[in-house]
Design a protein around this ligand. Structure first.
Ligand SMILES: C[S@@+](CC[C@H](N)C(=O)[O-])C[C@H]1O[C@@H](n2cnc3c(N)ncnc32)[C@H](O)[C@@H]1O
Length: 242
């Protein structure tokens, strides 16, 4: 195998040969996407490791995952637009990366990105896109008219601050709603997330199994203060899968 190990510990395979785990000496590296291999599970990545992953991904490590990412964004944007009816729609893209979901909407009144990677936040702001550091979520003033929809795609598998859902709940109103995919997340970690969501005063709609994009690898959750709102968005997204 031809590879490079970055100072952060991320392994980059350059020979195009991908396997689920690469063993090098005592260290097992877990395949993420393209040539990217992780020395620890996704939810244990440090910020420098996460930043390397973000950079490598943005540098064009194009793979099946990126195409699937595109398909999912189209479906989520369509479901969210159906859900919003004719209300003014603010999208809060949690863990937006530089590959934001904004271009997938035909009509939104405001787009807000949140990311833990300062480079992502700085790059988007320099492009004139409103972006906030995850540590400042509570300072984001969301709109009081219309509907605010939070979308967290391919993000909950990473290291999550204990307070993330409490912070998000603090900016959500009763009928606002959140959509997330749980990608490659095992049952223990899922329970950990569920406990934090419930402790933040939020409720989860019926879990939706992925039958189309990455079956067996992910499920979808809708989250809201109001159970009816979470259930409605779940039904609308579920309809897009069928
Ligand atoms: C795989 S990328 C997905 C980007 C985009 N949502 C997409 O689907 O194309 C994950 C993004 O989530 C961000 N992220 C990871 N953990 C986070 C956290 N705890 N809070 C906010 N952002 C986070 C990363 O910095 C990265 O930009």
């Amino acid at each position: 195998m031809t590879h490079e190990i970055l100072p952060s510990g991320i392994l980059v395979a350059t020979d195009g040969m991908h396997e689920p785990v690469k063993a090098l000496g005592q260290q097992n590296y877990i395949h993420l996407t393209g040539g990217i291999y992780l020395p620890v599970p996704m939810h244990e990545l440090s910020l420098p490791q996460l930043q390397d992953v973000n950079r490598l991904r943005d540098d064009g490590f194009k793979s099946g995952l990126e195409q699937k990412n595109d398909t999912l964004k189209i479906m989520v944007a369509n479901a969210v637009q159906d859900f919003s009816e004719d209300r003014a729609l603010t999208i809060v893209d949690v863990g937006s990366g530089q590959t934001t979901i904004a271009p997938y909407f035909s009509k939104i009144s405001r787009y807000v990105s949140i990311d833990i990677d300062p480079h992502v936040v700085a790059t988007l702001n320099a492009q004139g896109v409103e972006s906030h550091a995850a540590e400042n979520i509570r300072e984001i003033g969301l709109n009081n008219d219309g509907i605010n929809v939070l979308i967290a795609l391919y993000m909950l598998q990473f290291r999550i601050d204990e307070n993330l859902f409490a912070d998000l709940a603090s900016i959500m109103r009763g009928h606002d709603v959140m959509f997330a995919n749980l990608y490659r997340i095992d049952n223990d970690r899922k329970e950990w997330l569920r406990e934090r969501i419930v402790a933040a005063g939020l409720t989860i709609g019926p879990e939706i199994a992925d039958t189309k994009i990455s079956p067996g690898r992910q499920v979808f959750w809708t989250v809201a203060k109001d159970q009816g709102a979470a259930d409605r968005l779940a039904a609308m997204f579920g309809a897009k899968l069928n």
